[in-house]
Write a protein that binds this ligand. Structure first.
Ligand code: SF4
Length: 356
């Protein structure tokens, strides 16, 4: 039988939720109320400036993004959770960037896709709560719906939104995933995390393509994460050189952030690199057939971009690599049998080697 809500000690329940979350491998959880009006204003200003590139879904769902009770009627509070993903034993990202014949992959994408893993953990946490209090109205999210994850995490006390737009925790830096449980429990909200970027602006000039156009303002049209992951079309020519060997995402703004000296090692073995993605030659990846791509990226977030974008990204990176006969040969050999979109990038890459 359900426990009547008035008999629930919500302060104790919060402590229990935190304990259960730790047992499930989360680094931290916090509680946010539903007032995301400030984040909604920031979003609307960003949309007005057309910084969303062709991510039209950012427009969809209207105010549901910053009105959680409209997205999931009956919601009274949000549990925000963070899960560390950095395997601190892998070859550092800085080293990957310096080795231009090799691939630089955003650290979050080296191992297993986090979406399902995160949602499964959140469901387990919700089940533990349900076991304690009785039937619970809830929905779990992880980068899967119009949810303002970063603003919710900030309100829940998990960190502040830095000038590069990622959430920074003062004890753990920014290399973590976020997930949420929208719940019909009136859990007491945590204190929002205060802002600690101070006068630092290190991430702004560190962006290779100048995508951080002002503090907290990311122009997705210039962002390498957008260009190599969300974008399925042509990468603008004037941005290709600056992409270097970044074939999937970009961590440069996080790499220079002083708070990441506090990075916590992930507890998830599944986030360790697969296919040697932390230390692999571009040519080896470019050689993968579509069948190999699909097999080798099974369960990886990289699979989501599809083979065309994969080939496109590798062509750009090979165009930026040091000239070698093997690179010119591999690019030339791929000219036939690829789509016009990929072909355009291969031709550009070949030009980089013949012009120098
Ligand atoms: S690099 Fe500096 S300005 Fe950028 S997010 Fe980190 S602390 Fe804030």
């Amino acid at each position: 039988m359900n426990t009547p809500q008035q008999q629930i000690d919500y302060t104790k329940l919060k402590t229990d939720i935190s304990q259960w979350a730790t047992e499930l491998g989360f680094a931290q959880v916090g509680i946010s109320d539903l007032d995301l009006s400030e984040a909604g204003e920031h979003l609307n200003r960003w949309l007005e400036k057309e910084y969303y590139a062709d991510m039209d879904y950012m427009h969809k769902h209207g105010a549901k993004r910053y009105h959680p009770e409209m997205l999931v009627p009956g919601t009274l509070s949000i549990i925000s959770a963070r899960l560390n993903y950095m395997d601190t034993d892998v070859k550092p990202y800085q080293t990957a960037l310096a080795e231009t014949q090799k691939a630089a992959v955003s650290r979050y994408a080296l191992g297993r896709d986090y979406h399902k893993l995160m949602r499964n953990k959140l469901k387990k946490l919700a089940q533990k709560i349900e076991h304690a209090v009785g039937e619970l109205g809830f929905r779990v999210f992880s980068d899967s719906a119009p949810v303002m994850e970063k603003a919710i995490a900030e309100k829940a006390g998990l960190g502040w939104i830095g000038k590069h737009s990622n959430v920074i925790n003062p004890k753990a830096g920014s290399y973590f995933f976020l997930g949420e449980i929208y719940t019909d429990l009136p859990l007491p909200a945590d204190e929002p995390q205060s802002f600690h970027c101070g006068s630092c602006t290190a991430c702004i000039p560190a962006c290779p393509t100048g995508a951080i156009v002002a503090p907290f303002q990311i122009d997705a049209r210039r962002c390498i994460s957008y260009l190599t992951i969300e974008n399925h079309g042509v990468i603008p020519e004037h941005l290709r050189s600056a992409i270097g060997n970044r074939i999937y995402g970009c961590d440069d703004c996080q790499m220079v952030c002083p708070w990441n000296k506090f990075t916590e090692k992930t507890q998830e073995a599944d986030f360790s690199p697969r296919q040697n993605l932390d230390d692999i030659e571009l040519l080896e990846l470019f050689d993968w057939t579509e069948k190999e791509f699909l097999a080798k990226t099974e369960g990886s977030p990289i699979r989501r971009i599809g083979y065309q974008s994969w080939q496109r990204n590798l062509a750009v990176a090979l165009g930026n690599a040091r000239t070698e006969p093997a690179i010119v040969e591999a690019l030339t050999n791929k000219l036939d049998g690829v789509s016009d979109m990929v072909k355009e990038h291969i031709e550009w890459a070949l030009q980089q080697h013949t012009q120098n």
